[in-house]
Design a protein around this ligand. Structure first.
Ligand code: SF4
Ligand code: SF4
Length: 727
């Protein structure tokens, strides 16, 4: 694998020699473009080349910081065109590659189809410096501590570098192909030791020169030089303040405004591989900025003279006038940019404030959820204690009844042996009485057996679909009943499911719902059957109410079974309220005249999105924080009894109905693989299932509640027919 590094330098006399020596110890070849240095940098480069190092020196004295064009040219013409590079490493003269000893520059597992981002570690001059050391890489030993913000430089594979439409971005942080940025992968073992500010004089020279270079570019982008602007203004205004700001600036150099940099350093000298310096002279730090500036001004003046020499007096005047106009426009633009920056700062501060408030609200919500959970646990504990007391009482009653049964049995035996028994008509009475007593006792014993079964575990809320279909279409319905499903659950089937579990579970609430339960023609029988299998549970019928009027015998069953009607209200609009009015009148009559309990649930006010999209276009949230999703879940603890198994919630239980009907995307597969609890499970497995909090499957739900203003649910939600599975 052949690696070629490319770099542009201008007036880097103090660091260019260690840069070349260190870099060629790591890459196969180095190509440096010197952009008209006037401080001796070019002489040092020529001497290094003469020494025989694998170095090419390209000279380009044109004004202007055309770094992107120059680096792109070096990549195409030199790295690829002349040296047949497999990887092109874009560097600056103050960046030193640090790769672990014996490790390759490009890790073996990386294939050559994407660029690599090599992260920066920025070194800053400080008290730990070895002040007698000429080589700045050995002199400066401290670097900024790592923080959330991190810039990088790009390494480009041949597959991209050889494309004629590939360009290196200004600053060499990215590579673009056809104007689109290629997503890099991060270099995990190596980094770039970056020495941008090495002394106050070098800093002043750098700021002055780079700012002026940018200003000579007619088509410059002000963002390119954002970190030079303010220091340049300060340098013009107050040299003393500029010099005093050196240490602070070094700590924040090149970081974007919003980055939070810790004002701390760590001593971490790099492993310099370049050997001793031979051509680098000592530099006078005080005169360095002035020499640089004077040389640059001299160069500009010379070019101006050449330019002006080719113009007539009138053209010169016009040029001066245009220059004055351009300068005025530039000042205006600068003014506007400052206003804009101020506005952006204010917006950022407002956003930060909003984020703080949102975080506080979230913390408060989590506190409430935790408190609610604690309360629920207390209730479950109280329920369990209550159940224990009932168990003891029921055991006592069972013993009593067994005794009565034994007495009745012995009386029957005595009677059947007596003369009375043998005398025809007199036999009938006691025998019928004994048979009745025995039957009653057996019934009572069955009920007691159910109530005294020691293996029943408390569960907060167990729900069963009476019907999968619904007469409404509430967007993002967590039972998918808005998605056009059909069908009801047969009475016999539901009974079989209940019989599998009623000796093992003791639900605090047992809820009949769907879909819309009133779509089931045998809803009344369903209610009675539910009470038979769950004699102690709070029985609830959760309904939108619009079809209740079909079931004339329902009120009697609700009263007998002490079932609460939970009327779920799905919109606040006038048209919906109009539709709901007869329902409200009906249930109020039931409440008033028959003592039936009714609860009104304003579901539309607390509606949240449970998944994205509809039908085949439906997608899970997959936002990577199942714990948060679970903590914010409103369906927590609402277990489903479906197909004889227990499911942790409706979105998981009925997803298979969706999959049977629509071509769901691959992203649903992990959730379709969810395993419910089968009835053959052991008591330990059942207890473990009920104790589970979040599971990976909770990733399908949003980590934060996605409030949704529920559209009117009376209209079918899709305007076009969704893509359905082939029959
Ligand atoms: S009324 Fe709405 S929320 Fe309730 S089952 Fe029907 S579609 Fe779902
Ligand atoms: S998958 Fe988890 S978060 Fe989503 S509804 Fe079910 S229990 Fe709640």
């Amino acid at each position: 694998m052949r690696s070629v590094a490319i770099a542009c330098v201008k007036n880097e006399i103090d660091i260019v020699e260690p840069f070349v020596r260190h870099t060629v110890a790591i890459v196969d070849r180095l190509v440096i473009l010197d952009n008209g240095s006037q401080d001796g940098t070019l002489d040092v480069l020529r001497a290094l080349r003469k020494e025989g190092l694998p170095l090419d020196v390209v000279e380009d004295p044109l004004l202007g910081k055309y770094q992107s064009q120059r680096m792109t040219r070096l990549m195409h013409e030199w790295a690829i065109g002349r040296h047949d590079a497999d990887w092109v490493v874009a560097l600056d003269g103050d960046e030193f590659l640090v790769i672990p000893q014996d490790a390759p520059l490009v890790p073996g597992e990386i294939d050559g189809d994407r660029p690599i981002a090599v992260p920066w570690r920025t070194y800053v001059a400080g008290p730990s410096d070895d002040v007698g050391q000429l080589n700045p890489v050995l002199r400066i030993r401290s670097r900024r501590v790592a923080n959330g913000w991190e810039a990088s430089k790009v390494m480009v594979p041949r597959t991209l570098a050889a494309l004629p439409n590939a360009t290196i971005a200004q600053g060499s942080h990215e590579i673009f192909v056809d104007g689109r940025c290629c997503e890099p992968r991060r270099h995990e073992s190596g980094y770039l030791a970056h020495f941008p500010l090495r002394s106050a004089g070098q800093y002043a020279a750098k700021i002055a020169l780079n700012s002026l270079q940018y200003q000579t570019m007619a088509e410059r982008n002000w963002q390119w030089a954002f970190h030079y602007k303010e220091p340049f203004e300060l340098l013009k205004r107050d040299l003393r303040a500029f010099t005093a700001s050196f240490t602070t600036v070094a700590m924040h150099y090149a970081a974007p405004r919003e980055a939070r940099i810790e004002a701390a350093t760590v001593i971490d000298p790099i492993c310099y591989r370049g050997g001793p310096l031979r051509y680098t002279p000592p530099v006078d730090d005080i005169s360095r900025p002035w020499q640089t500036l004077l040389s640059y001004a001299e160069d500009l003046a010379r070019r101006y003279a050449v330019l002006a020499g080719g113009l007539t007096g009138g053209q010169q005047l016009a040029m001066e006038q245009q220059a004055a106009i351009v300068a005025g426009l530039h000042d205006q633009l600068e003014q506007q940019r400052k206003h804009l920056a101020c506005f952006v700062d204010q917006a950022a501060a407002a956003r930060e404030e909003q984020q703080k408030q949102a975080a506080a609200a979230r913390a408060e919500q989590q506190k409430q959820v935790a408190a609610a959970r604690e309360e629920q646990q207390k209730q479950v504990a109280a329920l369990a204690a209550n159940l224990d007391a009932q168990l003891a009482e029921a055991k006592r009653q069972r013993l009593e009844m067994e005794e009565q049964l034994r007495v009745a049995g012995s009386q029957l035996a005595r009677v059947s042996r007596s003369w009375t028994w043998r005398i025809g008509r007199l036999v009938v009475g006691p025998a019928a009485w004994a048979n009745r007593s025995q039957r009653r006792c057996l019934q009572a014993l069955t009920s007691l057996h159910l109530r005294t079964s020691p293996k029943r575990l408390p569960i907060p809320n167990l729900q069963i679909h009476v019907a999968h279909s619904c007469n409404l279409h509430c967007e993002s319905c967590s039972h998918y009943a808005n998605q056009g499903h059909r069908g009801i659950v047969a009475l016999e089937e539901a009974e079989r499911w209940m019989r599998l579990w009623n000796r093992r579970l003791s639900p605090q609430i047992f809820a009949l719902l769907g879909g819309e339960p009133a779509m089931h023609p045998q809803l009344t029988e369903f209610v009675r059957m539910a009470r038979k299998y769950w004699p102690e549970a709070e029985l609830q019928l959760i309904t939108n109410g619009l079809l209740l009027k079909r079931h004339h015998d329902l009120p009697a069953a609700l009263r007998e079974t002490d079932t609460c009607v939970c009327l779920s209200i799905h919109h606040g609009s006038r048209s919906y309220q109009e539709k709901l009015r007869p329902v409200l009148e009906l249930v109020e009559t039931w409440e008033r005249s028959q003592g039936i309990r009714v609860q009104y649930l304003h579901s539309h006010r607390v509606w949240t999105r449970r998944y994205k999209g509809f039908g085949s276009a439906m997608e899970p949230f997959d936002d990577g924080q199942p714990r948060l999703s679970w903590e914010n879940c409103v369906a927590k603890g609402c277990y489903q009894l479906f197909e004889g198994k227990i499911w942790r919630c409706a979105p998981l239980a009925y997803l298979k109905l969706q999959s049977a009907k629509y071509e769901l995307s691959e992203r649903w597969q992990p959730y379709l693989n969810y395993q419910p609890l089968p009835p053959e499970c052991t008591p330990e497995e059942l207890a473990a299932f009920l104790a589970k909090e979040e599971e990976p499957c909770c990733g399908m739900c949003a980590r934060e509640p996605q409030a949704l203003e529920l559209p009117l649910p009376m209209t079918v939600p899709f305007s076009a027919e969704p893509r359905r599975k082939a029959a």
